[in-house]
Design a protein around this ligand. Structure first.
Ligand SMILES: [Zn+2]
Length: 329
């Protein structure tokens, strides 16, 4: 059977990172921007390692210049994601790529994304929510305007605050100011940690930034006491196995710690991160988890239940989505 049509909840995606290469190429041609070197001969994104991936990502983002570009991007992403059975999606959006952190500009971009989300809901039946992210490698000061944009637009569409980008830049505590600002606004929090930084980065992130979810978090696997703490505090991990394999954060699917973490009682969820960059889709992720660990429909249903419970949206939306995850009688 194919897992494609199984209803899914996806919590960890980056909006620009979901951009189909063809879409970015089209925008580049319209705007006469030459970014041909970021594509492989067969039309995918070309990068060597994680640092180069960040550069290619940012080069792709140079084609996204107006709110209208983001409206079109959001629709293109929703079409692709809905095709793989996703009924609820959270995506990281960054004021740095949408008006350079300026609040008035950010609101214009946001209105365009919300427009597309409403259209996606109506035409494709997929619910999209946004999580504002600071970009870690831009530094702690650059994350402050992002957090301000988040706090000022927290509501129905923007449901949380988080941090992405180069994990090895600074320590989590350096970014406390922006996380405090978002927390004071009442926002749920998540942060990338333990993709590259190991168990210590996960522990520091929990201690200094007090987040309820961790992006990746797989580095925790080397520290049994930390695993116990994560399980006990019901911290939810947004695990993206295909991304970890392609970026070589793990040696291969067989070595991925997702099954061990789950078996240790950690609340785990599965997402694609930046699917076209990592040649993956939610269908592929499920297929590989099935092949590698023997996970089946019941395992995936449990994953999706965990994911919707950990979603940052309001309770009415959670109830509505939870019903769609139930088998139809
Ligand atoms: Zn990510």
């Amino acid at each position: 059977m194919s897992f494609r049509t199984l209803p899914k909840v996806e919590l960890h995606t980056h909006l620009e990172g979901c951009a189909p290469p063809e879409f970015i190429k089209g925008l580049a041609a319209e705007k006469k921007i030459d970014i041909s070197k970021i594509f492989t001969a067969d039309g995918g994104y070309a990068f060597r390692d994680f640092d180069h991936f960040l550069k290619v990502y940012e080069a792709a983002c140079t084609t996204l210049q107006t709110p209208e570009d983001f409206r079109r991007l959001t629709l293109a992403v929703l079409e692709e994601t809905a095709f793989h059975g996703v009924v609820y999606m959270e995506t990281f959006v960054s004021p740095d790529f949408c008006g350079g952190g300026d609040l008035a500009a950010w609101k214009d971009y946001l209105a365009a994304m919300e427009d597309a989300a409403a259209e996606g809901q109506e035409k494709l039946g997929i619910t999209l929510k946004g999580i504002v992210t600071g970009i870690r490698h831009f530094g702690p000061d650059a994350c402050k305007p992002a957090a301000r944009c988040a706090a000022e637009t927290f509501g129905d569409f923007i449901v949380g605050y988080g941090m992405a980008g180069g994990e090895m830049v600074g320590r989590p505590g350096d970014y406390r100011y922006s996380f405090d600002m978002a927390r004071e606004a009442g926002m749920p929090l998540t942060c990338h940690a333990g993709e590259w930084g190991g168990a210590a980065m996960v522990a520091e992130t929990l201690r200094d930034l007090r987040v309820g979810r961790i992006g990746h978090g797989i580095g925790a696997i080397t520290d049994p006491a930390l695993i116990e703490e994560i399980a006990e505090k019901e911290i939810v991990l947004e695990v993206c196995p295909g991304s970890n394999v392609v970026l070589k954060a793990v040696k291969g699917w067989d070595n991925h710690p997702i099954a061990k973490l789950r078996d240790a009682g950690v609340k785990i969820t599965v997402s694609t991160d930046d699917p076209p960059f990592f040649h993956t889709t939610m269908t592929d992720e499920y297929e590989m988890l099935h092949r590698t660990f023997g996970w089946d429909e019941d395992d995936f249903k449990a994953l999706n239940k965990t994911a919707i419970a950990a979603a940052f949206c309001d309770d009415d939306t959670k109830t509505r989505i939870a019903k769609r995850l139930e088998p139809t009688p």
